[in-house]
Design a protein around this ligand. Structure first.
Ligand code: SAH
Length: 483
């Protein structure tokens, strides 16, 4: 199994820094089923090629129950294409060999990972249904795709072509980490002989992590997700997360709810740019802060020790909760990997002293699917999240939070649609944020909250959030459910 990556970027030997592998040395590492070797067939300032060669031992695969089963055709266990054909072993080896490059970091040259390079990758033996399939998968990512077909047996011309191709990809200007993530995801997608033992929820997380940036826009995203995950049970939630991310990301980088003025680096949506007619700038500026402060205060009042922040976004509430010494542990969950990465950075998690770090778990998950990790908490905050869920999926959300996780208290905030008429930029019936699936009036929110409370054995109190205006009430609303 051989993959080579070439650049003609000047100096081309920068590739060694990026891959964190010295061009002058041969390096080898252990991988499942064999060994990976990394070396440079060429390394000049004009052109540099790194090679990743996998030496897979089919006998070792049999012993570890990772090779073909060999039923009916016993020899197949030992004589098969696994050692030669690009498969999930290659993806696993990419991560092991080029971990820092895949994560877009470069210790010696921190700016280098962001540089767009002319790149060429060759996969010596790529399985595929057709050359056309290879073009459909790699073409939309901007590659020039060249394929070479191989006969099943050169001595038996009439047997025709095999399902193996040599694949050459060329891109004029691409970050190396993007090339690696494309290969990481698409290689196992193409290999039908791949048993893909790694099916688990964790694997769905990997797909979201490696594919999150580009997969939502790929015309074959559904096929890719299905083939990558193989088992349907993981496919739909993952697709939903990917497509959900797409909806969140497309128009504004600011996925944070409604009219938070946002931090300066984010653009505001049209509605947010205009202050309510009667509100002074300071009020508008602080509305989201006010909301978060109110929720943090309520959690303090409840004396909660174990707290969930569901749909935590970039961690604005977490920052407040960490200041509350009574809280022993916070589980902050979001469906969007990008938001989680942002939270990780903004909260400076990697620089936290260990005791502080232990108080916080940032994790990916969806509020629409039962998640056993959410059980046993004193309080859960769900701030400006429900309006991002399809109304038809609220029953699932209710089930996950109120029936299964059952925190001692649940704090839900959502915009008050009655108030929208105060926003000059908002036409009647418009939502405050492009990703909102609905916005409820006070009556609608109250009806929903009371229904949920009754159904699941909570009592609920609803309060306005933000400065109240005559007739339309406050811009936002908070429901406090307690068991
Ligand atoms: N609570 C944060 C972020 C609100 S924005 C704050 O107040 O600042 C809404 C967040 O909900 C986004 O981060 C979005 O990724 C997340 N989200 C949307 N659908 C979700 C789902 N099904 N499960 C978990 N989080 C979801």
């Amino acid at each position: 199994m051989l993959l080579t990556i070439t650049t003609t970027h000047q100096p081309a030997t920068d590739l060694g820094y990026l891959l964190h592998k010295n061009p002058a040395r041969l390096q080898s590492l252990e991988i499942t089923g064999g060994q990976a070797h990394i070396f440079y067939p060429e390394a000049t300032p004009e052109r540099c090629t790194a090679a990743l060669l996998l030496d897979i031992d089919p006998v070792a695969l049999v012993r570890s129950h990772r090779g073909p089963a060999g039923e009916g055709f016993a020899l197949e266990q030992y004589v098969n294409d696994r050692p030669y054909v690009a498969s999930s072993f290659l993806s696993a080896a990419l991560v092991k060999a080029f971990n820092t490059a895949m994560n877009g970091t470069c210790k010696d040259r921190p700016a280098l990972p962001e540089v767009l390079l002319p790149l060429e990758a060759t996969v010596a033996v790529m399985p595929a249904a057709s050359a056309e399939q290879l073009r459909r998968l790699f073409g939309p990512l901007g590659y020039e795709v060249e394929t070479e077909t191989h006969l099943l047996d050169p001595t038996q011309q009439e047997w025709g072509n095999s399902r193996y191709f040599t694949l050459r990809l060329r891109h004029p200007a691409l970050r190396l980490q993007d090339l690696l993530s494309h290969l990481y995801v698409l290689i196992p997608v193409l290999d039908r002989g791949d048993k893909h033992y790694w099916i688990s929820q964790e694997e769905a997380g990997k797909l979201l992590r490696r594919g999150g940036e580009w997969l939502p826009r790929h015309p074959e995203r559904e096929f890719i997700t299905r083939r990558y995950l193989r088992f349907a049970e993981f496919v739909n939630p993952t697709l939903e997360r990917l497509l959900g991310d797409e909806a969140l990301d497309e128009e504004t980088p600011e996925t944070i709810a409604s009219f938070s003025a946002g931090t300066p680096e984010y653009s505001e949506s049209a509605a947010e740019a205009v202050a309510p007619a009667d509100a002074n700038a300071a009020t508008k500026q602080n509305l989201h802060d006010l909301r978060l402060d109110r929720v943090a205060e309520e959690i303090r009042r409840l004396g909660a020790k174990q707290v969930l922040d569901l749909g935590c976004g970039e961690g604005k509430l977490v920052r407040r909760l960490l200041k509350n010494g009574a809280i022993e542990h916070i589980l902050a969950l979001d469906v969007s990997w990008r938001e989680l990465e942002r939270a990780q950075q903004r909260l400076h998690v990697s620089e936290m002293p260990p005791r502080q770090r232990e108080r916080l778990t940032l994790t990916q998950g969806s509020l629409l699917y039962h998640d056993a990790r959410l059980a046993g908490y004193d309080a859960a905050a769900v701030v400006e999240v429900i309006e991002h869920l399809d109304e038809s999926r609220l029953a699932a959300f209710e089930q996950v939070v109120f029936a299964r996780a059952r925190p001692g208290a649940v704090l839900v905030t959502t915009p008050n649609a009655d108030y929208n008429q105060r926003y000059e930029a908002l036409a009647a019936g418009d939502f405050r944020h492009h990703d909102h699936r609905f916005e409820w009036t006070r009556a609608q929110f109250t009806a929903w909250a009371e229904g949920v409370a009754e159904h699941h054995g909570y009592r609920v109190r609803i309060e306005p959030l933000g400065p109240e205006a005559p007739e339309v009430g406050a811009p936002s609303q908070l429901a406090v459910f307690e068991q």
